[in-house]
Design a protein around this ligand. Structure first.
Ligand SMILES: C[S@@+](CC[C@H](N)C(=O)[O-])C[C@H]1O[C@@H](n2cnc3c(N)ncnc32)[C@H](O)[C@@H]1O
Length: 563
């Protein structure tokens, strides 16, 4: 977003002011606005950019309405969190967002969406101490009505700022989903695209700060026309020399890397034109030197040793106390037969040596060690199974087909695919299945139990596979690769969908007409045109909608309107 002063549109970024194009104040005035009473000449930072009109409007768009506002959570004077949790972390609007380790390696914490957030949502203002100098990486420069730097908002102190200090800097235009803009003397963030849930929120800090973070400004650039959607003038290409290096560059004193010179009209989608160097070489040095306590585990930089020691606690493993209870071996009689019963759980068996073997699962004793990798096991049979993962031996053969495997249990499961045997039965309904794990998954659809918890954001899942899928939204891991092109993704079903764009396969068929398609989602959407069913659920009030765009409109009901 931009602010208008002196006939120019100014983009306010961290420590830099960007002139993004000339636009006369008069021209704005001549535009027809639905405004019946305008007492004073408004300040130029009272104009905001309407995405839908692709134009600047006074205070809010008369056609598309005001921006949606998500306010900070209120923090009670006696918060129930330990005192080392900064107040800023408690102000996060917790219905919509949460804090978690950033997807950017070594960047510390970041802000993630908990629900899908529509475009055009406003967060803020950015809170911090008002100062006149940029002293930390948590600063935004504010400008006055004469287009001069007025003051800096510094959120370095976590107790006098808000959650917006945790938003990290996008490394490429494609991951940027927020823009920062000045409005009535304060700084806000606005969503510039739909942010799916569990996505990290990222803004652009401005070229000087991006440079300090080693973001390659030559590749940050958006595709032609992208920046203009947010109110920028047409892109100018950066000047590159014969070796594809930026011309007019200076060397960073810290590490000799390239710094974009202040005279350069280098364009990025929001950091449009670098007119005055606000972060000096001195500031860069100071910032880099200030944070000299670095965590070896995650790269988080701390100002003091005490803060680093506090931070390191995050990485300490939780130590589980060994079971101290004495495990009794009892004999009981059931159906006229003698059983050995474990004193620790309900396990019963007919042989003493089986019970002794079982007891090791409680004591943690693992006397059987693998000769290839030092992995240890409580039972010899498990060690033998494991050793076959090293030797590749597959001694178990199917009597119906050529299938071979390393584990007896795997063969048993496989044989059921031939015999159709479904020995596992649900106690709540008629469901039967061939695998115990499928039954356990199914039973949780009755009990609503969600035992699989995400270590990054506390989200819980009923199935381990779903948790694994979810964790990749935090780690950014993309293990699924297309065999036809360079496409990679985090979920197997996304790869399957993608592969069909190569093969042209359309396996999903409508039961009501001849419609066929490549994606299950498209079939479901199509089927609703026959059934009229609504299945887009609002996660806040449980109302259902026919399609995503109606749901997105509805989400507005849950947000505060500005006027
Ligand atoms: C305003 S803070 C953002 C919140 C920060 N991650 C935290 O945990 O407090 C700016 C700091 O985050 C880190 N950071 C933000 N964006 C980054 C990026 N793209 N690459 C590397 N580090 C980044 C840097 O350590 C930077 O000094």
């Amino acid at each position: 977003m931009k602010i208008f002063y002196g006939g120019k549109i100014i983009l306010c970024t961290r420590g830099s002011r960007q002139t993004i194009g000339k636009m006369s104040k008069m021209k704005l005035r001549q535009k027809q606005r639905i405004s019946y009473y305008e007492p004073d000449e408004p300040n130029l930072d009272e104009y905001v950019f309407c995405d839908k009109c692709a134009d600047f409007v006074y205070e809010y768009c008369a056609i598309h309405g005001p921006l949606l506002v998500i306010p900070d959570d209120k923090v009670s004077s006696k918060p129930k969190y330990p005192s080392f949790v900064p107040r800023a972390a408690l102000t996060i609007p917790s219905v919509f967002l949460h804090l978690a380790p950033s997807r950017i390696p070594g960047a510390g914490l970041g802000v993630f969406s908990t629900l899908t957030i529509p475009r055009g949502v406003r967060f803020g203002p950015y809170r911090g101490k008002r100062t006149d100098q940029i002293r930390s990486m948590y600063c935004w420069q504010i400008y006055d009505k004469n287009n001069k730097p007025s003051h800096v908002v510094d959120a370095a102190d976590g107790n006098s700022s808000n959650w917006m200090r945790y938003v990290n800097c996008a490394r490429h235009w494609s991951e940027q989903n927020l823009v920062a803009y000045q409005y009535k003397g304060q700084l806000y963030y606005r969503t510039i695209k739909i942010i799916p849930r569990f996505t990290e929120l990222m803004v652009f800090y401005g070229s000087e700060f991006a440079h300090i973070l080693h973001i390659d400004l030559r590749t940050y650039n958006s595709p032609p026309g992208y920046a203009q959607k947010f109110g920028a003038p047409p892109n100018k290409k950066p000047k590159l020399d014969d070796n594809n290096n930026l011309q007019d560059k200076t060397k960073c004193p810290e590490n000799g890397s390239t710094k974009i010179s202040s005279s350069e009209t280098y364009k990025t989608n929001i950091d449009i034109e670098n007119t005055s160097p606000i972060v000096t070489e001195e500031t860069i040095k100071k910032i880099s030197h200030d944070k000299k306590f670095i965590c070896n585990d995650c790269g988080t930089k701390c100002d003091t040793k005490t803060l680093l020691i506090k931070h390191i606690d995050v990485h300490k493993p939780i130590i589980i106390e060994p079971i101290k209870t004495i495990i009794k071996i009892q004999k009981s009689i059931k159906d006229g037969q003698k059983y050995y019963q474990c004193g620790q759980c309900n396990y019963k068996c007919a042989r003493k040596d089986h019970l002794e073997r079982h007891i090791k699962t409680h004591t943690g004793e693992k006397p059987f060690k693998c000769q290839y990798c030092n992995y240890k096991f409580a039972q010899k049979g498990h060690l033998n199974d494991h050793i076959r993962t090293h030797t590749g031996e597959k001694p178990f053969k199917c009597q119906y087909c050529n299938y071979k495997c390393a584990q007896k249990n795997s063969l048993k499961k496989h044989i059921r695919t031939h015999t159709g045997e479904k020995p596992f039965k649900c106690q709540y309904c008629n469901y039967k299945c061939a695998r115990k794990s499928s039954l356990n998954d199914h039973i949780r659809t009755h009990t609503s139990e969600k035992p699989f918890k995400c270590q990054y954001c506390n989200y819980k899942f009923a199935q381990k596979g779903h948790l694994n899928d979810h964790i990749r939204t935090h780690t950014g891991e993309k293990p699924f690769k297309c065999q036809y092109c360079n496409y990679k993704c985090a979920h197997k079903c996304s790869l399957n969908n993608h592969i069909r764009t190569h093969t042209g396969e359309k396996p999903f068929k409508c039961q009501y007409c001849n419609y066929k398609c490549a994606q299950k989602g498209s079939l479901n959407y199509h089927i609703r045109t026959h059934t009229g069913e609504k299945s887009y659920l609002c996660e806040i009030c449980d109302k259902k909608f026919k399609n995503y765009s109606i749901l997105e409109q509805h989400l507005h009901v849950h947000m505060v309107k500005k006027f």
